[in-house]
Design a protein around this ligand. Structure first.
Ligand code: BGC
Length: 254
């Protein structure tokens, strides 16, 4: 990183892990090691805050208020409040989360949905850069997150992991997230059948111009993307599982 590079810190809170790094915002890459701790069982607000403090401590920025901080969270985020809770404690529903983190960390933060910030990272520094039309980024992890980006502008809080499969069959993410593959010990081929259903459904609903696939499993995209038969081009996120950290940091600086 150049001595004068703009930097900010990004924290990406997920259903399974909390990841953080210092980001070089000129290049859109990590300028530090990536730090990760498990998401505390039950993901209660106080425990998540303590875990965020731990990752900031490890990065050596817990008390460095000169560096901007962005925090991404796996829920609908509107006006600083979390309005849903799929893979975290129900206490987050209707919770003043941004203020809670700001008070607890003793500093201002930028707070947003995890998939949305991954979308921002891919627009600024990755697979969606310069793309016209509708880009749908999905993250395949504990849940399925989504970011809708139209002509480079994010339409926040799309929540396409909660598309319903059919009456009483439940959320798409319970069936097709990466966690479903792990939980049910599916082969790549078996999981790809579920993704085939998911992406063709989203394709029919939105007619996107590009799909981007993020989440940790995107580093193995050659195992499952070639198995999908859809019309829309589908590519892995350039920043793979770091897109959340990079996007959170990018938004922190504006
Ligand atoms: C949440 C989304 C989140 C996604 C990925 C879903 O269960 O509802 O807000 O983006 O998981 O973490």
């Amino acid at each position: 990183m150049g001595a004068n590079a703009r930097r900010a810190v990004g924290v990406d809170i997920g259903g399974t892990g909390i990841k953080a790094g210092i980001v070089d915002l000129d290049e859109g890459v990590l300028a530090s090691d990536r730090v990760k701790v498990p998401t505390p069982a039950g993901a209660e607000p106080a425990d998540v805050l303590a875990a965020v403090r731990t990752v900031l401590d490890t990065l050596g920025v817990a008390d460095d208020h000169s560096v901007h901080l962005g925090v991404a969270f796996p829920a609908i985020v509107k006006g600083g409040r979390t309005l849903s809770a799929a893979n975290v404690s129900d206490k987050w529903i209707g919770f003043e989360a941004e203020k809670f983190f700001e008070d607890g960390l003793g500093r201002g933060i930028h707070f947003a949905n995890d998939a949305d910030v991954a979308g921002v990272a891919e627009v600024r520094y990755g697979a969606a850069r310069g793309r016209e039309g509708l880009v749908v980024l999905t993250t395949l992890g504990t849940g399925i997150g989504s970011a809708l980006i139209y002509n480079g502008v994010l339409v926040p809080n799309s929540e396409l992991g909660h598309l319903q499969r059919a009456k009483q069959k439940g959320d798409a993410e319970t069936y097709a997230a990466y966690s479903a593959m792990e939980r049910e010990e599916l082969s790549w081929e078996e999981w790809a059948e579920r993704l085939q259903w998911y992406y063709s459904h989203v394709e029919f609903l939105f007619s996107p111009d590009l799909f981007i696939v993020g989440g940790g499993v995107s580093k193995h995209s050659d195992q499952f993307l070639p198995l999908l038969d859809i019309k829309t081009p589908i590519v892995p996120a350039v920043h793979r599982n770091n897109a959340g950290i990079i996007g959170a940091a990018a938004l922190a600086l504006g």
